[in-house]
Design a protein around this ligand. Structure first.
Ligand code: ZN
Length: 498
Protein backbone atom coordinates (compact mmCIF):
# COMPACT_ATOMS: atom_id res chain seq x y z
CA UNK A 1 0.00 0.00 0.00
CA UNK A 2 1.50 3.28 -0.99
CA UNK A 3 1.00 6.15 1.31
CA UNK A 4 2.32 9.00 -0.72
CA UNK A 5 3.00 9.66 -4.38
CA UNK A 6 1.63 7.31 -6.93
CA UNK A 7 4.87 6.51 -8.61
CA UNK A 8 7.10 4.25 -6.67
CA UNK A 9 10.69 5.14 -6.22
CA UNK A 10 11.44 4.08 -2.70
CA UNK A 11 11.58 0.40 -3.44
CA UNK A 12 14.66 0.80 -5.56
CA UNK A 13 16.28 3.42 -3.42
CA UNK A 14 18.94 2.92 -0.81
CA UNK A 15 18.31 5.36 1.98
CA UNK A 16 21.53 5.25 3.85
CA UNK A 17 22.10 5.84 7.46
CA UNK A 18 24.44 8.76 7.42
CA UNK A 19 22.35 10.55 9.96
CA UNK A 20 22.78 7.83 12.50
CA UNK A 21 26.13 7.21 14.05
CA UNK A 22 27.28 4.64 11.53
CA UNK A 23 29.33 6.96 9.39
CA UNK A 24 32.23 7.50 11.66
CA UNK A 25 34.94 9.20 9.72
CA UNK A 26 38.40 8.16 10.70
CA UNK A 27 40.93 10.77 11.54
CA UNK A 28 43.18 10.60 8.54
CA UNK A 29 45.66 13.16 7.41
CA UNK A 30 44.64 15.34 4.52
CA UNK A 31 45.02 13.95 1.06
CA UNK A 32 46.03 16.06 -1.86
CA UNK A 33 43.30 18.41 -2.78
CA UNK A 34 41.28 17.98 -5.90
CA UNK A 35 41.78 20.67 -8.51
CA UNK A 36 40.06 23.92 -9.10
CA UNK A 37 37.70 24.21 -6.33
CA UNK A 38 38.43 26.65 -3.94
CA UNK A 39 39.56 28.96 -1.57
CA UNK A 40 35.90 29.76 -1.39
CA UNK A 41 35.12 28.24 1.97
CA UNK A 42 37.90 30.40 3.26
CA UNK A 43 36.95 30.16 6.88
CA UNK A 44 36.03 26.52 7.01
CA UNK A 45 36.45 26.17 10.72
CA UNK A 46 33.70 28.58 11.50
CA UNK A 47 30.97 28.26 8.94
CA UNK A 48 28.25 28.86 11.46
CA UNK A 49 29.66 32.05 12.78
CA UNK A 50 29.56 33.67 9.40
CA UNK A 51 26.02 32.71 8.66
CA UNK A 52 24.32 35.54 10.42
CA UNK A 53 26.33 38.23 8.74
CA UNK A 54 27.00 36.74 5.34
CA UNK A 55 23.66 35.25 4.61
CA UNK A 56 20.83 37.70 4.90
CA UNK A 57 18.50 34.83 5.64
CA UNK A 58 15.54 36.98 5.27
CA UNK A 59 13.26 35.92 8.03
CA UNK A 60 11.64 39.31 7.66
CA UNK A 61 11.82 39.46 3.91
CA UNK A 62 8.81 40.96 2.22
CA UNK A 63 6.88 38.64 -0.06
CA UNK A 64 7.42 40.88 -3.06
CA UNK A 65 10.22 38.81 -4.58
CA UNK A 66 8.26 35.60 -4.70
CA UNK A 67 7.26 36.03 -8.31
CA UNK A 68 10.12 38.25 -9.34
CA UNK A 69 13.33 36.57 -10.47
CA UNK A 70 16.35 37.73 -8.59
CA UNK A 71 19.29 39.22 -10.40
CA UNK A 72 22.71 38.05 -9.27
CA UNK A 73 25.78 38.53 -11.42
CA UNK A 74 26.95 35.23 -12.85
CA UNK A 75 23.64 33.46 -12.32
CA UNK A 76 20.86 33.36 -14.90
CA UNK A 77 17.16 32.97 -14.27
CA UNK A 78 15.72 30.03 -16.22
CA UNK A 79 12.05 29.61 -15.30
CA UNK A 80 9.46 29.63 -12.52
CA UNK A 81 6.67 27.19 -11.80
CA UNK A 82 4.44 26.81 -8.79
CA UNK A 83 6.45 29.12 -6.56
CA UNK A 84 9.75 27.47 -7.45
CA UNK A 85 12.41 29.46 -9.29
CA UNK A 86 15.09 27.82 -11.40
CA UNK A 87 18.46 29.46 -12.01
CA UNK A 88 21.72 28.36 -13.55
CA UNK A 89 25.25 29.29 -12.58
CA UNK A 90 26.60 30.62 -15.86
CA UNK A 91 30.20 29.51 -15.60
CA UNK A 92 29.69 25.93 -14.44
CA UNK A 93 26.15 25.03 -15.41
CA UNK A 94 25.06 24.23 -11.85
CA UNK A 95 21.26 24.07 -11.73
CA UNK A 96 19.66 25.90 -8.77
CA UNK A 97 16.10 25.63 -7.49
CA UNK A 98 14.67 27.90 -4.83
CA UNK A 99 11.30 27.51 -3.15
CA UNK A 100 10.88 30.02 -0.33
CA UNK A 101 8.63 29.09 2.57
CA UNK A 102 8.86 31.28 5.65
CA UNK A 103 6.29 29.48 7.76
CA UNK A 104 9.06 28.28 10.10
CA UNK A 105 12.73 29.27 10.52
CA UNK A 106 13.82 26.04 8.88
CA UNK A 107 15.34 25.26 5.51
CA UNK A 108 16.11 22.10 3.57
CA UNK A 109 19.07 22.04 1.23
CA UNK A 110 19.38 19.16 -1.20
CA UNK A 111 22.18 18.33 -3.61
CA UNK A 112 21.29 15.97 -6.44
CA UNK A 113 24.05 14.45 -8.54
CA UNK A 114 22.80 13.02 -11.81
CA UNK A 115 24.68 9.79 -11.34
CA UNK A 116 23.18 6.54 -10.17
CA UNK A 117 23.63 2.85 -10.60
CA UNK A 118 22.58 3.22 -14.25
CA UNK A 119 25.98 4.84 -14.81
CA UNK A 120 27.77 1.70 -13.64
CA UNK A 121 29.04 -1.21 -15.68
CA UNK A 122 29.98 -4.73 -14.73
CA UNK A 123 33.01 -4.41 -12.49
CA UNK A 124 31.95 -1.06 -11.05
CA UNK A 125 28.44 -1.92 -9.83
CA UNK A 126 27.79 -0.50 -6.38
CA UNK A 127 30.30 2.33 -6.89
CA UNK A 128 27.65 5.04 -6.77
CA UNK A 129 26.49 3.79 -3.42
CA UNK A 130 29.95 3.19 -1.96
CA UNK A 131 30.98 6.67 -2.95
CA UNK A 132 27.87 8.07 -1.31
CA UNK A 133 29.03 6.53 1.97
CA UNK A 134 32.56 7.88 1.57
CA UNK A 135 31.18 11.37 0.98
CA UNK A 136 30.72 11.51 4.76
CA UNK A 137 34.39 10.82 5.51
CA UNK A 138 35.69 14.33 5.17
CA UNK A 139 36.88 16.83 2.59
CA UNK A 140 39.77 19.26 2.44
CA UNK A 141 38.22 22.01 4.52
CA UNK A 142 35.65 20.08 6.53
CA UNK A 143 36.67 16.99 8.41
CA UNK A 144 36.88 15.41 11.83
CA UNK A 145 40.44 16.49 12.63
CA UNK A 146 39.43 20.08 11.99
CA UNK A 147 36.38 19.61 14.20
CA UNK A 148 34.03 20.77 11.48
CA UNK A 149 33.09 17.60 9.58
CA UNK A 150 29.60 17.36 8.20
CA UNK A 151 28.61 15.01 10.99
CA UNK A 152 30.00 17.33 13.64
CA UNK A 153 28.56 20.47 12.09
CA UNK A 154 25.06 19.16 11.45
CA UNK A 155 24.96 17.00 14.56
CA UNK A 156 25.78 19.92 16.82
CA UNK A 157 22.95 21.91 15.30
CA UNK A 158 20.27 19.27 15.58
CA UNK A 159 19.92 19.01 11.83
CA UNK A 160 18.45 15.95 10.17
CA UNK A 161 20.56 14.79 7.28
CA UNK A 162 21.16 11.81 5.07
CA UNK A 163 21.85 10.64 1.54
CA UNK A 164 20.25 8.22 -0.87
CA UNK A 165 21.37 6.36 -3.95
CA UNK A 166 19.11 5.09 -6.67
CA UNK A 167 19.22 4.10 -10.34
CA UNK A 168 19.27 7.62 -11.70
CA UNK A 169 20.82 9.77 -9.00
CA UNK A 170 22.57 10.25 -5.71
CA UNK A 171 21.40 12.97 -3.33
CA UNK A 172 22.58 14.55 -0.10
CA UNK A 173 20.37 16.65 2.09
CA UNK A 174 19.81 18.28 5.43
CA UNK A 175 17.03 20.16 7.15
CA UNK A 176 18.28 22.71 9.61
CA UNK A 177 17.69 26.10 11.17
CA UNK A 178 17.93 28.78 8.51
CA UNK A 179 20.73 30.48 10.44
CA UNK A 180 22.86 27.35 10.02
CA UNK A 181 22.36 27.03 6.28
CA UNK A 182 25.53 28.72 5.13
CA UNK A 183 27.81 26.31 6.94
CA UNK A 184 26.09 23.34 5.33
CA UNK A 185 26.25 24.84 1.83
CA UNK A 186 29.97 25.40 2.37
CA UNK A 187 30.46 21.74 3.31
CA UNK A 188 28.45 20.48 0.33
CA UNK A 189 30.39 22.68 -2.07
CA UNK A 190 33.70 21.51 -0.62
CA UNK A 191 32.88 17.83 -0.93
CA UNK A 192 31.77 18.25 -4.53
CA UNK A 193 35.42 18.44 -5.61
CA UNK A 194 37.64 18.20 -2.53
CA UNK A 195 36.56 14.85 -1.12
CA UNK A 196 38.98 12.77 0.87
CA UNK A 197 39.03 9.25 -0.46
CA UNK A 198 41.14 7.12 1.83
CA UNK A 199 41.44 3.38 1.72
CA UNK A 200 41.19 3.11 5.50
CA UNK A 201 37.87 4.95 5.42
CA UNK A 202 36.62 2.64 2.71
CA UNK A 203 37.66 -0.43 4.67
CA UNK A 204 35.92 0.86 7.77
CA UNK A 205 32.78 1.67 5.86
CA UNK A 206 32.61 -1.77 4.24
CA UNK A 207 31.01 -3.17 7.39
CA UNK A 208 28.14 -0.75 7.02
CA UNK A 209 27.78 -1.44 3.31
CA UNK A 210 27.91 -5.21 3.82
CA UNK A 211 25.18 -4.94 6.44
CA UNK A 212 23.07 -2.97 4.03
CA UNK A 213 23.67 -5.58 1.35
CA UNK A 214 22.71 -8.45 3.67
CA UNK A 215 19.58 -6.64 4.80
CA UNK A 216 18.42 -6.46 1.21
CA UNK A 217 19.23 -10.09 0.55
CA UNK A 218 17.36 -11.19 3.66
CA UNK A 219 14.20 -9.46 2.55
CA UNK A 220 12.34 -11.85 0.22
CA UNK A 221 10.56 -9.10 -1.67
CA UNK A 222 13.73 -7.13 -2.27
CA UNK A 223 15.52 -10.25 -3.43
CA UNK A 224 12.72 -11.22 -5.80
CA UNK A 225 12.43 -7.68 -7.12
CA UNK A 226 16.13 -7.59 -7.96
CA UNK A 227 15.90 -10.90 -9.79
CA UNK A 228 12.86 -9.76 -11.76
CA UNK A 229 14.53 -6.46 -12.57
CA UNK A 230 17.70 -8.20 -13.75
CA UNK A 231 15.66 -10.51 -15.99
CA UNK A 232 13.49 -7.71 -17.37
CA UNK A 233 16.47 -5.51 -18.30
CA UNK A 234 19.09 -7.56 -20.10
CA UNK A 235 21.26 -4.79 -21.51
CA UNK A 236 20.29 -1.48 -19.99
CA UNK A 237 22.15 -0.91 -16.71
CA UNK A 238 18.90 -0.91 -14.73
CA UNK A 239 19.79 -4.60 -14.85
CA UNK A 240 22.18 -4.04 -11.92
CA UNK A 241 20.83 -3.63 -8.41
CA UNK A 242 21.74 -0.24 -6.97
CA UNK A 243 23.58 -1.87 -4.09
CA UNK A 244 25.76 -3.64 -6.68
CA UNK A 245 26.79 -7.23 -7.24
CA UNK A 246 28.61 -8.60 -4.22
CA UNK A 247 31.94 -9.32 -5.90
CA UNK A 248 32.03 -5.82 -7.39
CA UNK A 249 31.34 -4.24 -4.01
CA UNK A 250 34.06 -6.29 -2.36
CA UNK A 251 36.65 -5.52 -5.04
CA UNK A 252 35.97 -1.82 -5.57
CA UNK A 253 39.19 0.09 -5.01
CA UNK A 254 39.57 3.64 -3.82
CA UNK A 255 41.18 4.38 -7.17
CA UNK A 256 38.05 3.16 -8.92
CA UNK A 257 35.87 5.30 -6.68
CA UNK A 258 38.12 8.30 -7.28
CA UNK A 259 37.71 7.83 -11.02
CA UNK A 260 33.94 7.61 -10.59
CA UNK A 261 33.96 10.76 -8.43
CA UNK A 262 36.12 12.65 -10.91
CA UNK A 263 33.86 11.62 -13.75
CA UNK A 264 30.50 12.55 -12.26
CA UNK A 265 30.81 14.95 -9.31
CA UNK A 266 30.80 18.28 -11.09
CA UNK A 267 28.50 21.29 -11.00
CA UNK A 268 27.29 20.65 -14.54
CA UNK A 269 26.01 17.26 -13.36
CA UNK A 270 24.30 18.61 -10.28
CA UNK A 271 21.15 20.36 -9.05
CA UNK A 272 21.01 22.16 -5.72
CA UNK A 273 17.64 22.88 -4.14
CA UNK A 274 16.68 25.27 -1.36
CA UNK A 275 13.26 24.84 0.21
CA UNK A 276 12.23 26.87 3.22
CA UNK A 277 13.20 29.96 5.10
CA UNK A 278 15.62 31.55 2.69
CA UNK A 279 15.12 34.40 0.26
CA UNK A 280 16.14 33.68 -3.33
CA UNK A 281 18.72 36.47 -3.27
CA UNK A 282 20.32 34.98 -0.15
CA UNK A 283 20.28 31.47 -1.61
CA UNK A 284 21.91 32.62 -4.82
CA UNK A 285 24.50 34.59 -2.88
CA UNK A 286 25.44 31.41 -1.02
CA UNK A 287 25.67 29.48 -4.26
CA UNK A 288 27.89 32.12 -5.78
CA UNK A 289 30.08 32.30 -2.69
CA UNK A 290 30.69 28.58 -2.34
CA UNK A 291 30.08 27.03 -5.76
CA UNK A 292 31.13 30.01 -7.85
CA UNK A 293 34.78 29.05 -8.04
CA UNK A 294 34.17 25.42 -8.99
CA UNK A 295 34.72 24.89 -12.70
CA UNK A 296 32.58 22.76 -14.93
CA UNK A 297 33.92 19.30 -15.76
CA UNK A 298 36.83 19.31 -18.21
CA UNK A 299 35.13 16.43 -20.04
CA UNK A 300 31.54 15.86 -21.12
CA UNK A 301 29.55 13.90 -18.53
CA UNK A 302 29.27 10.41 -20.08
CA UNK A 303 25.83 9.46 -21.38
CA UNK A 304 24.39 5.98 -21.09
CA UNK A 305 24.22 4.88 -24.72
CA UNK A 306 23.01 1.31 -24.26
CA UNK A 307 19.45 0.65 -25.37
CA UNK A 308 17.37 -2.21 -24.09
CA UNK A 309 16.53 -4.56 -26.98
CA UNK A 310 12.90 -5.35 -27.66
CA UNK A 311 11.70 -8.15 -25.42
CA UNK A 312 10.64 -11.12 -27.52
CA UNK A 313 8.60 -13.18 -25.11
CA UNK A 314 7.52 -13.85 -21.55
CA UNK A 315 10.27 -14.31 -18.99
CA UNK A 316 10.23 -16.11 -15.65
CA UNK A 317 12.44 -16.29 -12.60
CA UNK A 318 12.14 -18.42 -9.49
CA UNK A 319 13.85 -17.70 -6.21
CA UNK A 320 14.25 -20.46 -3.63
CA UNK A 321 15.47 -18.93 -0.41
CA UNK A 322 14.80 -19.13 3.29
CA UNK A 323 11.59 -17.36 4.16
CA UNK A 324 8.14 -17.68 5.62
CA UNK A 325 5.80 -16.57 2.87
CA UNK A 326 5.79 -17.00 -0.87
CA UNK A 327 5.21 -14.15 -3.25
CA UNK A 328 4.47 -13.49 -6.89
CA UNK A 329 5.56 -10.50 -8.91
CA UNK A 330 4.57 -9.75 -12.48
CA UNK A 331 6.48 -6.86 -14.04
CA UNK A 332 5.87 -5.24 -17.42
CA UNK A 333 8.17 -2.86 -19.25
CA UNK A 334 6.89 0.70 -19.45
CA UNK A 335 8.45 3.98 -20.62
CA UNK A 336 10.37 6.44 -18.47
CA UNK A 337 8.74 8.66 -15.89
CA UNK A 338 8.28 11.64 -18.19
CA UNK A 339 6.27 9.69 -20.78
CA UNK A 340 2.76 10.93 -21.50
CA UNK A 341 1.24 7.60 -20.47
CA UNK A 342 2.71 7.67 -16.98
CA UNK A 343 -0.31 9.24 -15.22
CA UNK A 344 -2.67 6.63 -16.70
CA UNK A 345 -0.31 3.81 -15.70
CA UNK A 346 -0.19 5.28 -12.22
CA UNK A 347 -3.96 5.34 -11.97
CA UNK A 348 -4.08 1.77 -13.26
CA UNK A 349 -1.80 0.66 -10.45
CA UNK A 350 -3.99 2.30 -7.86
CA UNK A 351 -7.20 0.85 -9.28
CA UNK A 352 -5.60 -2.56 -9.04
CA UNK A 353 -4.20 -2.39 -5.57
CA UNK A 354 -4.96 0.56 -3.33
CA UNK A 355 -7.71 0.24 -0.77
CA UNK A 356 -10.08 -2.55 0.12
CA UNK A 357 -12.19 -1.90 -2.97
CA UNK A 358 -9.27 -2.31 -5.34
CA UNK A 359 -9.33 -5.12 -7.87
CA UNK A 360 -6.43 -7.21 -6.56
CA UNK A 361 -7.39 -6.69 -2.94
CA UNK A 362 -10.83 -8.13 -3.54
CA UNK A 363 -9.63 -10.96 -5.76
CA UNK A 364 -6.70 -12.01 -3.58
CA UNK A 365 -6.91 -10.68 -0.03
CA UNK A 366 -10.66 -11.06 0.36
CA UNK A 367 -10.34 -14.54 -1.12
CA UNK A 368 -7.62 -15.43 1.44
CA UNK A 369 -5.12 -16.08 -1.33
CA UNK A 370 -2.81 -13.20 -0.35
CA UNK A 371 -1.97 -11.18 2.72
CA UNK A 372 -0.85 -8.09 0.82
CA UNK A 373 -1.06 -6.80 -2.73
CA UNK A 374 0.59 -3.89 -4.48
CA UNK A 375 0.72 -2.57 -8.01
CA UNK A 376 2.31 0.47 -9.54
CA UNK A 377 4.85 1.92 -11.83
CA UNK A 378 8.48 2.78 -11.09
CA UNK A 379 9.52 6.33 -11.77
CA UNK A 380 12.74 5.88 -13.70
CA UNK A 381 14.45 8.11 -16.18
CA UNK A 382 14.95 5.83 -19.16
CA UNK A 383 12.37 3.09 -18.74
CA UNK A 384 10.54 1.45 -15.91
CA UNK A 385 8.51 -1.51 -14.80
CA UNK A 386 4.85 -1.73 -13.95
CA UNK A 387 4.77 -4.24 -11.13
CA UNK A 388 1.92 -6.23 -9.62
CA UNK A 389 2.88 -8.18 -6.53
CA UNK A 390 1.18 -10.37 -3.96
CA UNK A 391 2.48 -11.89 -0.74
CA UNK A 392 0.80 -15.27 -0.47
CA UNK A 393 -1.36 -16.39 2.39
CA UNK A 394 -0.03 -19.56 4.06
CA UNK A 395 -1.15 -22.50 1.96
CA UNK A 396 -2.00 -20.49 -1.15
CA UNK A 397 -0.52 -21.74 -4.42
CA UNK A 398 1.73 -19.51 -6.52
CA UNK A 399 0.04 -20.65 -9.69
CA UNK A 400 -3.42 -19.70 -8.42
CA UNK A 401 -2.24 -16.26 -7.33
CA UNK A 402 -0.45 -15.63 -10.61
CA UNK A 403 -3.52 -16.64 -12.63
CA UNK A 404 -5.72 -14.43 -10.48
CA UNK A 405 -3.50 -11.38 -11.05
CA UNK A 406 -3.49 -12.01 -14.78
CA UNK A 407 -7.26 -12.51 -14.81
CA UNK A 408 -7.81 -9.17 -13.04
CA UNK A 409 -5.56 -7.41 -15.53
CA UNK A 410 -7.45 -9.08 -18.39
CA UNK A 411 -10.74 -7.86 -16.97
CA UNK A 412 -9.48 -4.30 -17.21
CA UNK A 413 -8.23 -4.83 -20.74
CA UNK A 414 -11.57 -6.19 -21.90
CA UNK A 415 -14.08 -4.45 -19.65
CA UNK A 416 -12.28 -1.26 -18.67
CA UNK A 417 -12.60 0.52 -15.34
CA UNK A 418 -15.40 2.68 -14.00
CA UNK A 419 -15.43 6.44 -13.66
CA UNK A 420 -15.96 5.93 -9.93
CA UNK A 421 -12.79 3.91 -9.63
CA UNK A 422 -10.76 6.52 -11.47
CA UNK A 423 -12.27 9.41 -9.55
CA UNK A 424 -11.55 7.74 -6.25
CA UNK A 425 -7.92 7.22 -7.21
CA UNK A 426 -7.55 10.85 -8.29
CA UNK A 427 -9.05 11.97 -4.99
CA UNK A 428 -6.66 9.69 -3.09
CA UNK A 429 -3.75 11.01 -5.10
CA UNK A 430 -4.42 14.60 -4.20
CA UNK A 431 -4.94 13.77 -0.54
CA UNK A 432 -1.70 11.78 -0.44
CA UNK A 433 0.21 14.50 -2.25
CA UNK A 434 -0.99 17.14 0.19
CA UNK A 435 0.18 15.00 3.05
CA UNK A 436 3.41 14.06 1.30
CA UNK A 437 4.31 17.72 0.74
CA UNK A 438 4.01 18.68 4.37
CA UNK A 439 7.22 20.35 5.48
CA UNK A 440 10.38 21.45 3.72
CA UNK A 441 12.04 18.03 3.92
CA UNK A 442 9.06 16.33 2.32
CA UNK A 443 8.86 18.91 -0.46
CA UNK A 444 12.58 18.57 -1.12
CA UNK A 445 12.36 14.81 -1.25
CA UNK A 446 9.47 14.89 -3.73
CA UNK A 447 11.20 17.50 -5.87
CA UNK A 448 14.36 15.42 -5.85
CA UNK A 449 12.56 12.50 -7.49
CA UNK A 450 11.44 14.67 -10.39
CA UNK A 451 14.87 16.30 -10.66
CA UNK A 452 16.30 12.81 -10.95
CA UNK A 453 14.18 11.80 -13.89
CA UNK A 454 14.96 15.03 -15.71
CA UNK A 455 12.14 17.55 -15.23
CA UNK A 456 11.51 19.15 -11.85
CA UNK A 457 8.49 21.05 -13.19
CA UNK A 458 6.56 17.78 -13.10
CA UNK A 459 6.45 18.31 -9.36
CA UNK A 460 4.03 21.11 -10.20
CA UNK A 461 2.33 19.65 -13.27
CA UNK A 462 1.94 15.97 -12.62
CA UNK A 463 -1.11 16.34 -10.37
CA UNK A 464 -3.04 18.02 -13.17
CA UNK A 465 -2.05 15.25 -15.55
CA UNK A 466 -3.35 12.66 -13.10
CA UNK A 467 -6.60 14.59 -12.74
CA UNK A 468 -7.14 14.40 -16.50
CA UNK A 469 -6.85 10.60 -16.69
CA UNK A 470 -10.03 8.95 -17.99
CA UNK A 471 -11.26 5.37 -17.72
CA UNK A 472 -10.50 4.99 -21.43
CA UNK A 473 -6.88 6.00 -20.81
CA UNK A 474 -6.54 3.37 -18.10
CA UNK A 475 -7.92 0.64 -20.33
CA UNK A 476 -5.72 1.73 -23.22
CA UNK A 477 -2.47 1.63 -21.24
CA UNK A 478 -3.41 -1.73 -19.74
CA UNK A 479 -3.85 -3.12 -23.25
CA UNK A 480 -0.72 -1.44 -24.58
CA UNK A 481 1.81 -2.23 -21.88
CA UNK A 482 0.51 -5.09 -19.74
CA UNK A 483 1.15 -7.80 -22.31
CA UNK A 484 2.83 -10.97 -21.22
CA UNK A 485 5.34 -10.73 -24.09
CA UNK A 486 6.68 -7.68 -22.27
CA UNK A 487 6.36 -9.33 -18.89
CA UNK A 488 8.66 -10.96 -16.39
CA UNK A 489 7.06 -13.15 -13.75
CA UNK A 490 8.85 -13.97 -10.53
CA UNK A 491 8.03 -16.44 -7.79
CA UNK A 492 9.57 -16.35 -4.38
CA UNK A 493 9.28 -19.90 -3.06
CA UNK A 494 10.33 -20.22 0.58
CA UNK A 495 12.68 -23.12 1.12
CA UNK A 496 12.72 -24.16 4.76
CA UNK A 497 15.74 -26.41 4.19
CA UNK A 498 18.01 -23.48 3.31
ZN1 ZN B 1 24.02 2.95 2.04
Amino acid sequence: MKSSALMRTAAAMLACSAASAVHIASAISAASAAPAASAAPAAPAAPAASAASAAPTASAAPPAWVNAPVSVAGISFVQSAGGIDEYRLDASGLQILVKPDHSAPVVSFNVTYHVGSRNEVTGTTGSTHLLEHLMFKGSTHFNDPSGNSIKQYLGARGATFNATTSYDRTNYYATLGSGDLEGYVAIEADRMRNLWLHDADKQAEMTVVRNEYERGKNDPNTFLREEVQAAAFMAYPYHHPTIGWKSDIEKASVGQLREFYDTFYWPNNCTVTFVGDVAPAAALALVMKYYGAISRSPHPIPEVTTEEPQQTGARRVTVNRPGQLGSVEIAYKVPGALAADMPALDVLGEVLSTGKNSRLYRALVDASLALRVAAGVQAMRAAGLFEATAVLSPGAAHETVEKTILAEIDKIKTGGVSADEVNQVIHQYHAAEAYGRDGTAAVTSRLNEWISVGDWTQYIRYGDAVARVTPADVQRVARQYLTIEQGTTGWFVPDPSK
